[in-house]
Structure formats: structure tokens, C-alpha cells
Design a protein around this ligand. Structure first.
Ligand SMILES: [Zn+2]
Length: 340
């Protein structure tokens, strides 16, 4: 269960590490802390600037906290009590992928482990890499304008939290041209590979990737869906919740209680309608996946719907019909805190 990786005791340690502990003592202060990102350990920095080649290299040192049970489950045979600093380990990502190559950094007081991994990203040269948006390769002015416009529709408090949290949004001709190592891989819950996707989030690398084009079901190249940024910003914001409040927004008890109530209240027809005739997940199937994935997709889908608009025409009606309480909760309890 990725979403519940951190127990409440573990979260406290994570908070101590990030300097948040003092804010977590009371509920009142919890709210104040929720709008002030303080964990700056993982963020993109410029490693090399090269105006001649036109390509700059950014790097990030990603640090993640993991409890011993999850570490043991992801690393059969390795002892969570005595990891080897010269070896590398697997880490289960926000997207539920088992990612190899993580090094052990140290133990927290409560026994949770800190793992780290370094990543690099080659982006188009700029004199200064301030702000959220970077570009890889050649994208059209029309796409840049469209993406910029949609990003402006994201609540300012969310954009600020992501920027201060070290996030980057990458515009690229396609997702796999932006991140070539995604080529041939597929996204959990999808049968198609990343060439068919117009946006994704790599939470551990604090990256939101938006492609100008994707390959459709008929294998032809088509333009990205205009409202894609809202859904992806929803995922990034959800994952940043771990730094802002010790847990993904979609993994808090408050969110899950309401989300699960909506699932319980669905009609038998809806509950049994999880796959279409081709065997792909329907909207119900996608949003009710197990192990926290359905909750993460529901959070991102509702966030996108309420900010930039539904990813696909008609999604909004279905989402409101299936998850009325969750929509209301995000509209009245989550977004207002960041809508400034
Ligand atoms: Zn998603």
C-alpha cells in the first residue's frame, strides 16, 4: 500500500527531519503548515549551463522516507535493519512502479529508512532556470501558449507550493521525447505504453511532463488534450502532500473516508462496470483501483476537473455522478486553502 507507506509515527519523524515538527503539534497549526512547503531536500538545480549546445543539465537528489515493512516487501532478502550503504535497493514510486537503484542514506529515529537517488534532465538552454516551466526539444508556440494558459488556471497557491517544493513542468513534443527512458514502458492501469499518453508525473523526480502530441487508439499522432495539465498538476500536488502535511492528500483518513463512502454508494451496475468490452478499465474501474491507485487517480481527476476542466468531454458528469461527496470535499475543503 504505497499510500500508507508512512505510519503516523513515521510521519512525525519525517516532519522532524523537514523542520515541520513544531507545526504538527496542534490542529490549528497543521493548517498553517499545510500552505507552507518546508521540505527543500529534493529539488531541481542547474548542474551545467551550455548556451553553445543549447542544452542545459538539471539535477535532483531525491530523498524518500520508507517504513521497514514496505522496504522488506520491495527488497526480498534484504534486511531493513541493516541496509548496506554500498548496495542499491528498490523503491515503490507514487505511480506504483518498483524502481531500482536507490541508495540507503540513513535511519530515522523511529526506524524508517531514508533512501536517495540522483537524476539528471537535459533541457533547452535558458539564461536562468527560475520558475516552473522548462522545455525539452521543439514545441510549437501554440502548444506553449495553451499549456501556459492552462497552468494559469491552476490555483496560485498550488503553483507556488509546487515551485517552492522544487517541482518542474516540462513541455516536450511528446512524453517519451521528453523522457526517453519511458519509451516502451506502460503506466499502471493502462495497457498502452507511454507513447499513447499526453502527460505524466514522476513524483520522486518532482516532474510534471506535458507532451504536445500522443499516439491515439488508431496509432495516429494526435494533439494532446488541452485539459491534460490539470490532471497532472493534481497528481503532483497530491504527492507534494507528503511534504506539506506528512501524507498524500489522497491517503489522508479524511479523504479516504469520503472517497470510500462514494464507492459504497455506487449502484450495482456501476460497481460491476469496471472493464469495457476490450478489457480496458472504464472510468469506474480506473478510479476504484486498489492499493491507493484509485484514490490517487480520483484526486487528480477531480482536481483537474475543478481547475482546468475535465480531461475528456463528459468525464465531469460521470465524476460528479460517481463521486459527489469527494468532489464537494475537494471543492470546499482542499482547493479554497490554496486558491490564492
Ligand atoms: Zn492520472
Amino acid at each position: 500500500m504505497l499510500g500508507s507507506r508512512l505510519t503516523s509515527a513515521n510521519r512525525e519523524t519525517a516532519a522532524v527531519i523537514s523542520g515541520l515538527s513544531i507545526y504538527l503539534l496542534t490542529d490549528k497549526n497543521k493548517e498553517a503548515a499545510a500552505v507552507t512547503p518546508v521540505q527543500k531536500e529534493t529539488r531541481w538545480e542547474v548542474a551545467k549551463s551550455d548556451p553553445l549546445s543549447g542544452v542545459d543539465t538539471l539535477k535532483i537528489r531525491s530523498v524518500q522516507h520508507i517504513n521497514t515493512q514496505q522496504f522488506a516487501a520491495d527488497n526480498p532478502g534484504a534486511s531493513p535493519n541493516d541496509p548496506d550503504k554500498n548496495k542499491t535497493y528498490n523503491y515503490r514510486t507514487y505511480q506504483s512502479k518498483l524502481d531500482p537503484g536507490w541508495q540507503f542514506k540513513g535511519l530515522n529515529k523511529d526506524g524508517t529508512l531514508r533512501l536517495f537517488k540522483e537524476f539528471e534532465l537535459n533541457v533547452n538552454h535558458r539564461a536562468s532556470h527560475t520558475g516552473l516551466v522548462e522545455t525539452i526539444g521543439k514545441v510549437s508556440d501554440g502548444f506553449r501558449k495553451q499549456a501556459d494558459g492552462k497552468i494559469k488556471e491552476i490555483p496560485e497557491g498550488v503553483r507556488k507550493a509546487l515551485e517552492e517544493g522544487g517541482y518542474k513542468t516540462v513541455l516536450a513534443p511528446s512524453v517519451i521525447e521528453g523522457l526517453p527512458n519511458l519509451k516502451g514502458q506502460s503506466h499502471p492501469g493502462w495497457t498502452q505504453d507511454f507513447s499513447h499518453i499526453d502527460g505524466t508525473v514522476i513524483a520522486e523526480e518532482k516532474l510534471i511532463v506535458l507532451g504536445e502530441t500522443r499516439i491515439d487508439d488508431n496509432e495516429s499522432k494526435v494533439k494532446a488534450r488541452a485539459n491534460q495539465p490539470g490532471h497532472q498538476f493534481g497528481h503532483a500536488f497530491d504527492a507534494l502532500g507528503e511534504e506539506l502535511q506528512g501524507k498524500y492528500f489522497s491517503a489522508t483518513k479524511e479523504f479516504l473516508d469520503i472517497y470510500e463512502q462514494d464507492i459504497k454508494n455506487m449502484s450495482p451496475e456501476d460497481k460491476n462496470n469496471k472493464k469495457d468490452k476490450d478489457g480496458d478499465l472504464t472510468i469506474v474501474g480506473y478510479l476504484t483501483q486498489s492499493d491507493g491507485r484509485g484514490a490517487r487517480e480520483t484526486f487528480a481527476s477531480i482536481f483537474g476537473m475543478l481547475t482546468t476542466g475535465p480531461e475528456n468531454p463528459g468525464d465531469d458528469k460521470e465524476i460528479v455522478r460517481l463521486f459527489p461527496r469527494t468532489v464537494d470535499y475537494m471543492k470546499t475543503r482542499i482547493l479554497p486553502k490554496y486558491n490564492k
